[in-house]
Ligand binder design. Structure first.
Ligand code: AMP
Ligand code: SF4
Length: 459
C-alpha cells in the first residue's frame, strides 16, 4: 500500500459552462460528506489553468473573490478525506502539473492497489514525487507515456493502474472521465443543456440542477473536448464490484447509484435487520444522521415506534475524522446527546449502520442508559467489519477492528454495554443492495467477507 494512506473523496467536473467554477463549488458542497479535510478547484479557459486548493470545508476554502478568479468554461474539483497523518496541503487535490503538452490536473476518488510498485518503477526511472498520494502516479504515467497526445496517453495509462478510481483529468482543452474496471466507486454523468457534468454522486448533479444522463461504466473512459465526446474502454466489460459500504454509510441518502436510491436501500437494510434479529422493545432510535433510514426501516418492519431519542449537534464534525482515539472519543461526546423524555424507563432498540472501532456504539449505549433507559438492544444494519478496505475507504488496521477483538456478538455486546447486539447477515446486505445471491461478485463486500475483487499487491 502506498504510504498506508486511504482516501474517501468526492470529484466533480464541468465541461462547457460559463460558470464552470461556480457549479463545481456547488457540486463539491453537495459532496462534502465524502471528504472534509481539503477542497480544490482547477479551471481552464482553453489556454491555461487557474486553481485554488485549501485545507477545510468547501465554504472555508473558497470565497466569492477566489471563485471569480477561477475563470474558464471547464473545471474539475475535489473534496478529500484522509485520516493518516498525511494531512498536508500538498496532498490536496486536484493535483496540478505542467508537462510537455501543457497543463494537467488530476482529481481522484479511490485508491490504487499497485501504487507502491508503480511508484518504485517511476522513481527508478528518475521521477521525483511532490506528494505522498497515489494519484500523482497517474500524472507521471501520462507525462512519460510513449503515446503522443493526451487523448491517447490518458486511456493507455488507465490500463496500468489497478484498484479503485473515479477519475477526472483535465488538460487546457480536454477532460478525461474514467472509472476503474471493477466500478468500485460511484461516478455519474449529467447534462445542463450542452454542458456535461461528472460527479461522484447524483446528489451533486441535483445541486446544480443538472439532468442525470448516465453512470460511467466500469472500465470505461470518456474524453470530452470541443469536438464532442469520445468513449472507449481500457478494460473488458466484466463483473461490477461496486462498494456496498456506499449504500450502508458513505453515499448521501438522496443519491441514486446504479439506478437504486440509497435512501430506500438503507430502509430495506433496517427492515431485513428487524426480520433477522427481532426484539421486544418500546422505542427504536437511530445513531444520527446516517442510521436514520435504517432505524425507520426497522421500526416499520417491527411495529415499534421510531423516535428521535438522540440529537446530533450539526456543528460537530464526523467522529471518525479525528486522528487519535482520544480526540475521537471527545468528538462523539460533543456530537450527540440523548433525550430523557423519550428514553426514560424504556426498552430501546438502538440502530447504527456499522461498527468499525466500536467507539460510537459504546458511547451511545452509555448515553442512553444515563438518560434512564431500562434496556438497550443494539442492531447494526451491516455485517461485522472484519477486514480493512484497500479501495479508498478509511478503515483501521485489521487488529483495530472491533469485530476482530472479540469472539462473538455476545462478548461484543458486553463490551459496548448493550443488553443484546446483533448484526445484519451478509445475505441480508446483498438482498437489500439487489444482488442475486448466486452472483455476489457484482458488489464489493470485502470488508465484511475478506473476498477482495482485485489483486492486493501486498508485500
Ligand atoms: P466506530 O465508532 O469506529 O465503530 O465507527 C462507527 C460509526 O462511524 C458508525 O456510526 C458509522 O456511521 C460511522 N462510520 C463507519 N465507517 C466509517 C468510515 N469509514 N469513515 C467514517 N465514519 C464511519
Ligand atoms: Fe467498500 Fe468495503 Fe469494498 Fe472497501 S472493502 S470498497 S468499504 S465494500
Amino acid at each position: 500500500m502506498d504510504s498506508g494512506m486511504q482516501e474517501k473523496c468526492g470529484v466533480f467536473g464541468v465541461f462547457n459552462h460559463p460558470k464552470a467554477s461556480d457549479l463545481t463549488y456547488y457540486g463539491l458542497h453537495a459532496l462534502q460528506h465524502r471528504g472534509q479535510e481539503s477542497a480544490g478547484i482547477v479551471a481552464s479557459d482553453g489556454k491555461s489553468f487557474r486553481h485554488h486548493r485549501g485545507m477545510g470545508l468547501v465554504t472555508q476554502v473558497f470565497s466569492r473573490e477566489i471563485l471569480d478568479g477561477l475563470s474558464g468554461n471547464m473545471a474539475i474539483g475535489h473534496v478529500r478525506y484522509s485520516t493518516s497523518g498525511a494531512s498536508l496541503l500538498q496532498n490536496a487535490q486536484p493535483l496540478v502539473f505542467k508537462y510537455s503538452e501543457g497543463d494537467l490536473a488530476v482529481a481522484h476518488n479511490g485508491n490504487l492497489v499497485n501504487a507502491a510498485i508503480e511508484r518504485k518503477v517511476l522513481q527508478q526511472q528518475g521521477a521525483i514525487f511532490q506528494t505522498t498520494t497515489d494519484t500523482e502516479i497517474i500524472a507521471h504515467l501520462i507525462a512519460r507515456s510513449s503515446k503522443k497526445y493526451f487523448e491517447r496517453a490518458g486511456p493507455e495509462v488507465l490500463k496500468r493502474i489497478d484498484g479503485s478510481f473515479a477519475l477526472l483529468i483535465m488538460t487546457d482543452k480536454q477532460m478525461l472521465v474514467a472509472l476503474d474496471r471493477h466500478g468500485l466507486r460511484p461516478l455519474s454523468l449529467g447534462k445542463i443543456g450542452e454542458s456535461i457534468i461528472a460527479a461522484s454522486e447524483t446528489c451533486a448533479l441535483e445541486a446544480v440542477d443538472a439532468k442525470f444522463w448516465r453512470d460511467v461504466e466500469p472500465g470505461e473512459w470518456l474524453i470530452i473536448d470541443e469536438k464532442g465526446i469520445q468513449t472507449g474502454r481500457f478494460a473488458e466489460k466484466g463483473d461490477i464490484s461496486l462498494c456496498s459500504f456506499e449504500f450502508v454509510y458513505f453515499a448521501r441518502p438522496d443519491s441514486v447509484i446504479h439506478g437504486r436510491s440509497v435512501l430506500s436501500i438503507r430502509k430495506e437494510l433496517g427492515q431485513i435487520l428487524a426480520k433477522e434479529h427481532p426484539t421486544q422493545a418500546d422505542v427504536v432510535v437511530a445513531v444520527p444522521e446516517s442510521s436514520v433510514p435504517a432505524a425507520m426501516g426497522f421500526a416499520q418492519q417491527s411495529g415499534i415506534p421510531y423516535e428521535m431519542g438522540i440529537i446530533k449537534n450539526p456543528y460537530a464534525g464526523r467522529s471518525f475524522i479525528e486522528p487519535t482515539q482520544e480526540l475521537r472519543d471527545l468528538a462523539v461526546r460533543l456530537k450527540l446527546s440523548a433525550v430523557r423524555e423519550i428514553l426514560e424507563d424504556k426498552r430501546v432498540v438502538l440502530v447504527d449502520d456499522s461498527i468499525v472501532r466500536g467507539t460510537t456504539s459504546k458511547r451511545i449505549v452509555q448515553l442512553i442508559r444515563q438518560a434512564g433507559a431500562k434496556e438497550v438492544h443494539v442492531r447494526i444494519s451491516s455485517p461485522m467489519v472484519k477486514n480493512p478496505c484497500f479501495y479508498g475507504v478509511d478503515m483501521p488496521t485489521k487488529e483495530e477492528l472491533f469485530a476482530n477483538k472479540h469472539e462473538h456478538e455476545r462478548a461484543m455486546g458486553k463490551v459496548i454495554g448493550a443488553d443484546s447486539l446483533a448484526f445484519l447477515s451478509t445475505e441480508g446486505l446483498l438482498e437489500a443492495v439487489d444482488v442475486d445471491l448466486a452472483d455476489t461478485s457484482s458488489r464489493c463486500i470485502a470488508c465484511f467477507s475478506g473476498a477482495y475483487p482485485t489483486k492486493l499487491y501486498l508485500k
